[in-house]
Design a protein around this ligand. Structure first.
Ligand SMILES: Cc1cc2nc3c(=O)[nH]c(=O)nc-3n(C[C@H](O)[C@H](O)[C@H](O)COP(=O)(O)OP(=O)(O)OC[C@H]3O[C@@H](n4cnc5c(N)ncnc54)[C@H](O)[C@@H]3O)c2cc1C
Length: 461
């Protein structure tokens, strides 16, 4: 192993791993290192137990605007195409039905307008409007026990990719780890990244030192902490939002069923998902609990949270103004209850019943040890909560802060970062974007192609 590289990537979740794959496979950059503090790739938010495993295309996410959906769609098609190519046996992912459900006149009207008038039907040719009978064929438990006079409508698509993002991140690393010039350092915590005359000096917790011409920090919730230590992103803070899940051991759903977004709520509405590796396990969630840590269950990261919280007037004022919102405040309080033993399950039950009406309180339990943290960005100058990902571009260095849908868009992010890194490296190297697109989005099955004509099995693991 060497200790001087063209590029160092800090963080081996799906963001860092997809960038390593993109740079090592599709550019002539001579040396690149990935440095990860855990002993395995993708042990934190990208791990399959810690997120909802949805490949977000923007088709059934009613919290997305059309503009956001257009942006996310290309990224999702890149990852879907990659998976179709490298994972024909569906070991890293499964493909099932996916729908967003409207119940009652108001919701049905809203969903119809989204599909027919707002452009979502045109943007997603595989998305269909289906009524009660077709919903019952695909997801019998969603219809069972409902008032037969209640109106129902769903937007449904066969593009229900359920992804083990951790295993996918590992597949990116495996694809390039043996190549000359690629080093992967696991169990290596980066303590400091410092700018030097020629580039960057990266110091680990064990005192090892690595140098590079360019750097990308893809350390999830910790990326902002690294940025601020180097003087970037000082107007930003983080609202860490932990997400937990409830599980039903009976296979209640065959695929993904999302509910309609609650008005003005920034977090995705509760949904039901068949687990990627076990279709008999149905997950409901995620919840959204504001916590003062940067990693789930790791109390050492409380210190890190206070680094990015910044104990100043702007930070306090921003948090107060965001959390005092008339919609958000009761929602945040309710979410604290869901994590309480015994009462939590009962309090969460109505959300599950919105998807599967016949579920009773003994049918679900909290999924212990499941769930991660979404690093939602707070702009302290605007006192606003910015949903989605944040990219801070410095001099020779990029910092990625990646709440949902960061896993879905990992390859699109990697493509952008690759262009940026090559610019940092003074145009010495080239990116074969055409080959990258051939290997990714080039394999995505379009509407009418033979793959999409195949029936989607209830569980085709
Ligand atoms: C409840 C929940 C549900 C979600 N559902 C979805 C979903 O359905 N679809 C979707 O697309 N996204 C979803 N997301 C978001 C998704 O999980 C993230 O966008 C994605 O995992 C981010 O990947 P990452 O590689 O950027 O970060 P992470 O996976 O968090 O990886 C960061 C890595 O950096 C490493 N690191 C940190 N500090 C250091 C250091 N000092 N030195 C070395 N390494 C370091 C960490 O150990 C970690 O491995 C969800 C998130 C949550 C919490």
């Amino acid at each position: 192993m060497k200790d001087t590289y063209d590029l160092i990537i800090v963080g081996g979740g799906i963001s860092g791993a997809s960038l390593l794959y993109t740079v090592a496979s599709f550019t002539d950059v001579e040396s690149v290192a990935l440095i990860e503090k855990e002993s395995e790739i993708a042990a934190i938010n990208s791990h399959h137990t810690n997120n909802s495993q949805t490949l977000h295309f923007g088709d059934i996410e009613t919290n997305y605007t059309l503009e956001k959906a257009e942006e996310v769609k290309e990224g999702a098609e890149m990852l879907a195409g990659y998976l179709e190519d490298v994972d024909p046996e569906r070991e890293l992912h499964s493909k099932r039905s996916k729908m967003v459900l409207a119940v009652g006149d108001d919701e049905v009207e809203e969903l119809e307008a989204r599909y027919e008038d707002e452009g979502f039907g045109d943007l997603y040719p595989k998305l269909d409007e289906i009524g009660r009978d077709e919903i019952a064929d695909l997801e019998p438990k969603v219809v069972e026990g409902r008032d037969p006079d209640e109106e129902m409508l769903a937007l449904q698509t066969p593009d229900g990719y359920t992804v083990d993002y951790g295993a996918t991140a590992q597949s990116f690393v495996d694809a390039v780890a043996e190549e000359t010039g690629v080093d992967v350092h696991l169990g290596t915590a980066v303590e400091d990244v410092r700018e030097t005359v020629d580039g960057f000096l990266v110091t680990t917790a064990d005192g090892d030192k690595f140098e590079s011409d360019a750097a990308v920090v893809a350390a999830g919730c910790h990326s902002l902490q690294f940025a601020q230590k180097m003087g970037y992103g000082e107007e930003l803070s983080l609202l860490p939002v932990a997400g937990s899940f409830f599980v039903a051991n009976e296979g209640l759903l065959n695929g993904k069923v999302y509910t309609l977004q609650m008005k003005k709520l920034p977090f995705a509405a509760v949904h039901g998902d068949a687990e990627v590796h076990d279709g008999d396990l149905t997950r409901f969630g995620p919840t959204a609990k504001v916590v003062p840590t940067l990693e789930r269950g790791d109390y050492d990261t409380i210190r890190d949270f206070f680094d990015v919280f910044a104990l100043n007037v702007d930070s306090f004022a921003s948090y107060t103004s965001i959390l005092a919102d008339r919609v958000l405040f009761p929602y945040v309080v309710r979410n604290l209850v869901y994590d309480l033993p015994a009462v939590g399950e009962r309090a969460f039950l109505p959300h599950v019943q919105k998807v599967v009406p016949t579920v009773e309180s003994g049918d679900i339990e909290r999924a212990e040890g499941f769930g991660g943290i979404r690093p939602q960005i707070v702009d302290t100058s605007e006192r606003s909560l910015d949903m989605g990902e944040a990219k801070i571009t410095g001099d020779g260095i990029v910092f990625n802060v990646t709440p949902s849908p960061g896993a879905s868009t990992c390859l699109k992010n990697a493509m952008r970062d690759t262009h940026q890194v090559l610019e940092f490296l003074d145009g010495e190297y080239e990116f074969d974007e055409e080959a990258f697109r051939d290997a990714t989005i080039g394999n995505f099955p379009r509407a009418g192609s033979p793959t999409t004509k195949q029936p989607i099995a209830a569980d085709d693991d």
